[in-house]
Ligand binder design. Sequence first.
Ligand code: ZN
Length: 734
Amino acid sequence: MIDVMDKFPFTRVLQFNFEDEPGVYVHAVKGSDVVELAARIHANTVVIFARDAWGRAFYDSKVSEKHPKLGSRDFLKEVVEAAKKKGIRVVAMVGHTTNPKLYEKHPEWAQRGIDGSPIAMDTDPKLAKGERMRWPLMCLNSPFLKHVAEEIREVLAYGVDGVFLDSFRYMPDLERACFCEYCKARYTKEKGRELPSKEDWESAEYREAFEWRYGVNVNALRELYKVVKSTKPSAILAYNNHPAGWKGRANTIVEKAKEQLDVVFAECAEADYNPPGFIAEMVKLTRAVSGGKHVWASRNSFHAALTTTTTTPVAIRQGLREAFIAGGHPFYLVFSTTFCQNPDVEQAAAEVFKELEKLEEYMEDAEPVKYVGVAYSNRSRDWGGKRRPDHITDSFRGFYYALTWAGVPVTFISDSELDVGAFKDYKAIVLANVQSMSEAASKHIEGFVEEGGGLVATYTVSLLDERGVERKKPALSKLLGIEYDGLLKYPWSYLRLTKKHAVTDGFAGGQLLLWGDFDREFMERRVPEELAWHVRVMAADGEVLGRVVEPIGEYGNEYENGRSPPPAGSEREAPAILAKEPGGRIAYFTGQLGRLYWRLGLPGHERLILNSVRWVAGESPARVTGPGLLQFEAYERDGQLIIYLLNLTYSRRIVTRPNSALSRIWHSTADCLHPPHEVVSLNDVSIMISGEYEVLRAYSPLTGKRYHLEDRDSSHVIKLDTLGEFEAVVIDVK
Ligand SMILES: [Zn+2]
């Protein structure tokens, strides 16, 4: 815990690594150069490799060989000494599970697949073919863990302020799971049987082994946390969950190990391939699964994987701001090559970190304004998604992005929060295909709705218990007013919107809405699994607002060789949308609305999401209206509302992709990836604050500008004539 300190001091982070195997620039960069760079960009924390993924130390270590290019130099010492003079904190990265040096000495400590061959992190096609394994992973059940403990003691003795486990990987999925002698022996000892050797999600034994592997991670983190705290109580332990990577599984590790972590690092390496606002999304997701731990979130200085160059300044500025406004701490990654070859590596980060020096004080004791909580259910991703966890996560993300882009405050809630009912301050919660749910959570949700809370739920919500065992009927059946009768399995389907209601507002009476999409790989199947399916329900009570419509066939004749949907056929009795008001309001969709929106972004699906949330939650206590694409974040603390408006309306940010995994059939490369070049300024953006707040004054802590507050209907309105890249507005309230 970091409560030994008054205030969390690791808020603006520069990560600086010698990233290349030969270490071309090791001779050119001294520890003081890194610290001076940190000082110039207004970072207060430096994160560096103390031991890299090749197994080489950047200090005089007794347990690891030193980087050969360092000679007699001790880089860690150089950094720590220079940082002390400037009051900058140092966090050392150790413990990467990839360690080829150690593997040479102790091949028996490596993670081994079911066939006994070592498991490596390599994805390079040449290396993955086995010509030369670069990055074998060491096993957390082997004496490797003691080796990491020793690394931690060594670097803490240098006076660093914390330890960061960056690439610390031990996966539960069978194709990446370890079957080394240590793991086999430990499992047999603890469980009294052998590790299951077949992937069988329906078997309790398989799921138990899957959970056991999570436990291996948690135990390792617990051990290392003890080492950190017993060696230097004020030092922090940080862990990289890489929330969008590793099938999302490390989010479960964080959820289970949160008491052993001080900081979680939400690595956002894939931000350039993701929607605008991705870094903010990863911060909120990580805050939720970690129970509100401090979160670092990275914006790389380079575009995509092009580590030797820099990306556009606006990509850097907006990315670092995203991390901050979402409630995290920005983490700027600069590699030695980026630094040595690009003089423009520091300007954009410096501008933002300087700005955040002014804003950080407003985040002390500030809590996000609670309006809608979208469940990000780790268990549903595992037990519902099985081999395809992405199909489940799509549902959470679809709702999250539709609401974010609608300019209302939205955060994630975790399974642990559902279990203990820690969501009752929200106006509404969204359970988008949250298949796996504990009995306790379902009781809390019932109580929440009884007391007036809103609920939007979709598809097979609560059909599985928290261990993945299928129930006879969803735990929330009674609350939702449904009688469950299995699944309607179609390659495509439609909804007919049969009834006028707030949820169907904006649709013509009887309008059809397409429910499905073609498979983007288009190799093994025409359509993605389950995308157009519905839960077959009978409405026990509540209103039916729409019904399921069958397709007339497997696929349409045009367009693009079997990718298009067939026309609508006959309407089924089966409800597609249900609404009821047993206290609070409930909207239930029998299909996967969030997943469809994530894939397609079509206005019909978006309208259903926004209509249903608005109907169950009421109007947001704070929101933004106006043109463009905005990331809106709202916080409150005693006597103040703090509003952030981040303008993500980019003039050029291009991501193209082919309609097939066969990408070489076009006249030109089907994939292209351009970073944003500039933000388009917006006019007539308005912040709307509920009339329930008694507002006194509004101003920008960045520029000192005072904003006029106008009362309109039951809201206070602050109109911004122009919004550039970013604005912060503080509203003093009584
Ligand atoms: Zn093992």
